[in-house]
Design a protein around this ligand. Structure first.
Ligand SMILES: [Mn+2]
Length: 676
């Protein structure tokens, strides 16, 4: 302290640390208590910004800040206050450090110890148990129970098992934050449990945090669980007052064994129809084959119940031309515009929404407010903005398509054998075909059963194929888009841009994305196009390993694990960059894939991660071998050792010399990987 210029006068004897700072931000004087804040002997002449992270100018306006300026030094917390020593412009500032350690510690402790409620539900418990033999059943539920308990005991949770497949846990905020930060490792632990079922063991987790009281926190947890389940399970949803966030979600939704629900829904819809004076059906705006087919199917359902039905359709794109003309020729469907629908709807009208459940997505959102007789039939994972007023809502994310659900329901209505016409069967089959990418994705046993029923009802697959024919110009554009695709992450991810603007950009995008999945090795594809209105539209497709829903959600869109989309105002090239950024953040691609240099830190972190997994270090000739078991590493090392000795024996020429050097380098690499 000897060299410190002490503040003159009474300030030197203030009972709290204090210093003066000139307009250049340099410390000009300190009082004797300053060593409580700063350990260094001499802070005179030091820049106040370096000491506190606040500049002279910022110190002048500290009062205007929303949160008080608090710094942590010396294991203590200080609130900074500042005031000029005189009224002259550019006068020195006196900076005071008021200790608030106790207050801050209590605040942190209060926050850390706030209770959070976590509800865990085993997905498809009935199906899971039924799929396992007598012997495995008991041990399986015990194993799940133990895994769950251990995972949550590590977080010091209070654990209560409710019913056969549900757990309610209470944990404190700090533990909850840790779990969120680690992205719910319990999801993976559970998925590792082996069972005899042909689907993985998974759980859904709903987390409620920060409610006004425990009741509200509990309510948040319930909502979060519903969302996690509704999105297909195998994931966690975290809800606080402001938002819901999702983690995980890798497994495909599991199909329910029985069609009981379709039967129940068919009966419920029948009852609603009986009460209605007429029926209006609508799908999503810019309808696709599934939306159209489901609307046609549900119209038949209403007709069987003896009702007048109208289908709202303002615009249809190129791809629906053929199927629409066929529908027109049949002369039994009433297509009307929004205006007409508005003029005829009243509170006795039943409004049926198919292939979407989000109010903003329907063909005519205005209609939603006109009646409270409302039914929804959809297969998309539940979004937060569900149409709230529905009397009947059949949202099943396991189903391939709305057309599949409608096909099932049609089997439970009416007496006659042939309840639907050939064209209706074809329209529904076309809907299933488009949403399953010709029975390649999201296709369950029930999808084939629905298709078989439709075939029996007269659906001609050649006619369905004809519905999908397109004009040559669009075909060429799509082919070009596919040809221009670039492949990232060793060919696992394909990205392409559809050239120019096109009326059916969205459709062409999705078709091109579907086609890119035909390329060997491709796990996910993204195609970006531009509509006539100049809007950028993205289609994302996946074979299931990569969750494109969460990727599209990051871009403000949504969809399914395997089929998702988004829109944006950015130009296509920028949009591609944004997609790449999300892929990078989620670890699907490496910086080098998109020509971004990895920082030293990131590389070190990545290396550490690999080493932790018991894997050879990166770089050099050693390949990245994620998931390599330590036994395998040992074996690899032994092979190397042997070949090294052998090579040493007859080290005759340069060629062998080089080979030896290579093997040695590899060996060293392995050693290094093991030591880490
Ligand atoms: Mn659909």
């Amino acid at each position: 302290m000897s060299d410190n210029k002490n503040i003159s006068g009474f300030a030197n004897h203030f009972p709290f640390p204090c210093c003066t700072v000139n307009s250049e931000g340099k410390v000009t004087g300190v009082n004797s208590k300053i060593s409580e804040v700063f350990l260094y002997d001499d802070i005179a002449e030091t820049d106040i910004f370096i000491l506190t992270n606040y500049r002279y100018k910022e110190l002048l306006t500290l009062d205007e800040r929303e949160t008080p300026p608090i710094i942590s030094r010396n294991d203590k917390f200080f609130r900074i206050m500042a005031a000029p020593v005189s009224d002259e412009p550019g006068a020195d500032l006196a900076v005071y450090f008021i200790e608030v350690t106790l207050q801050e510690t209590l605040k942190k402790r209060y926050n850390d110890e706030k209770p959070c409620i976590v509800i865990v539900e085993i997905d498809n418990y009935e199906e899971l148990i039924a799929a396992n033999g007598e012997e495995r059943r008991a041990s399986l539920s015990a194993e799940i129970n133990q895994t769950l308990r251990q995972a949550f005991m590590r977080l010091n949770a209070s654990i209560t098992k409710v019913g056969r497949s549900t757990y309610v846990m209470i944990i404190d905020q700090a533990a909850c934050d840790r779990m969120i930060e680690n992205k719910f490792p319990v999801l993976d632990e559970i998925r590792k449990i082996e069972s005899e079922a042909d689907f993985p063991v998974t759980i859904s987790i709903g987390v409620g945090i920060g409610g006004k009281n425990l009741a509200q926190t509990d309510e948040y947890a319930g909502i979060a669980l519903d969302l996690a389940r509704g999105r297909g399970g195998d994931q966690a949803a975290v809800k606080n007052i402001n938002k819901v966030e999702y983690y995980g979600g890798r497994a495909q939704s599991v199909e329910r064994i029985n069609k009981g629900k379709s039967r129940i829904v068919a009966h419920a819809l029948h009852r609603l129809l009986d009460e209605a004076n007429k029926v209006i059906v609508m799908g999503h705006a810019n309808p696709d084959m599934d939306s159209f087919g489901a609307a046609i199917g549900i119209s038949r359902f209403a007709m069987i119940c003896g009702k007048d039905v109208y289908i709202v359709l303002n615009y249809y794109n190129e791809t629906l031309t053929e199927i629409y003309n066929n529908a027109k020729e049949a002369e039994c469907y009433n297509f009307i515009g929004t205006e007409k629908a508005l003029s005829m709807i009243d509170d006795e009208t039943l409004l049926i929404v198919v292939d979407t459940h989000r109010p903003g997505y329907v063909e005519a959102p205005e209609l939603l407010e006109k009646t409270d007789k409302l039914a929804i039939i959809d297969h998309h994972r539940k979004a937060e903005d569900v149409i709230q007023t529905a009397k009947l809502s059949y949202i099943e994310s396991y189903a391939s398509s709305a057309s599949e659900l409608v096909s099932e329901m049609l089997q439970y209505v009416g007496e006659k054998k042939n309840v639907i016409t050939k064209f209706e069967a074809e329209a529904l089959l076309a809907g299933i075909t488009v949403d399953t990418n010709s029975f390649a994705v999201k296709t369950g046993v029930r999808t084939f059963e629905a298709a078989a029923w439709l075939r029996r009802a007269g659906a001609d697959t050649a006619t369905v194929k004809r519905f999908f024919q397109m004009n040559s110009q669009a075909f060429m554009l799509r082919a070009k888009c596919v040809a221009n695709a670039k492949f990232l992450a060793g060919g696992h991810i394909a990205i392409s841009i559809l050239e120019g603007q096109h009326v059916d950009a969205q459709i062409l995008d999705s078709q091109a994305a579907d086609e890119l999945l035909d390329v060997r090795g491709v796990k996910a594809s993204f195609v970006v196009g531009t509509t006539m209105a100049g809007r950028t539209v993205i289609s994302a497709r996946s074979l299931g390993e990569i969750n494109v829903q969460v990727i599209m959600e990051q871009l403000g869109g949504g969809g399914h694990l395997t089929t998702a989309g988004a829109q944006s105002n950015l130009p296509p090239e920028e949009t591609v960059k944004k997609i790449e950024k999300v892929l990078l953040d989620r670890g699907h691609i490496k910086p080098s894939d998109i020509g971004v240099e990895e920082t030293m830190e990131e590389q070190a972190a990545a290396d550490e991660e690999f080493a932790e997994a018991g894997v050879v270090a990166r770089g050099g000739s050693a390949e990245q071998l994620p998931g390599l078991a330590s036994a395998q590493i040992k074996e690899l090392k032994e092979v190397h050792d042997e070949s090294l000795e052998e090579l040493m024996k007859d080290n005759r020429d340069d060629l062998i010399g080089k080979a030896v050097a290579k093997v040695q380098a590899e060996k060293a690499e392995i050693e290094r990987g093991r030591k880490k």
